[in-house]
Design a protein around this ligand. Structure first.
Ligand code: HEM
Length: 132
């Protein structure tokens, strides 16, 4: 409780996301949402026929978010420009992917403050993902 009578959640973002297991479940839900999202599903559906590649992407996205949320550093995937170079991703696609992340977080019961923190992190990556 602070001096204004407001509850302050002092848990780190990583803890509030449910640590590595919580992030893993979130990423599973986000990729499932991408597969259904008309704006971006064509980018992701081909990976359904390549289970190993899809598992690798999910692992990298999970480790990337664990790292970004303040958890253990073990990200071994490519940088954001390297991972998305040549895909010609546009702003509407970036927004669609961001919506999937925020909607999935809401479904998993994450509060608005936590969702906004993740939104700020995702938005900070915009120029590393769009048309790189
Ligand atoms: C919203 C912020 C985003 C973040 C944080 C993000 C993060 C990542 C990460 C960590 C990887 C794995 C890199 C690797 O395996 O080396 C990845 C791969 C990928 N991303 Fe994103 N991404 C974002 C947005 C997007 C958007 C908007 C699209 C397209 C609409 C997209 C399409 C892909 C695809 C197709 C791959 C797989 C590339 C491959 O292994 O062949 N991403 N992303």
């Amino acid at each position: 409780m602070n001096s204004l009578g407001k509850e302050i959640n002092t848990a780190t973002l990583f803890e509030r996301l449910g640590a590595t297991e919580g992030v893993r479940q979130l990423v599973d839900g986000v990729i499932d949402a991408h597969m259904l999202n008309p704006e971006i599903k064509a980018r992701f559906l081909p990976y359904q026929d390549d289970a190993d590649h899809l598992a690798g992407i999910k692992k990298h996205v999970c480790d990337f978010f664990v790292l970004g949320a303040g958890g253990p550093d073990r990200y071994e995937g490519r940088s954001m420009p390297e991972a998305h170079r040549g895909m010609n991703i546009n702003a509407a696609e970036f927004l669609a992917a961001t919506d999937d992340i925020l909607d999935t977080m809401e479904q998993h019961g994450h509060d608005a403050a936590t969702r906004n923190e993740v939104l700020a992190i995702v938005y900070s990556l915009k120029d590393e993902i769009i048309r790189v």
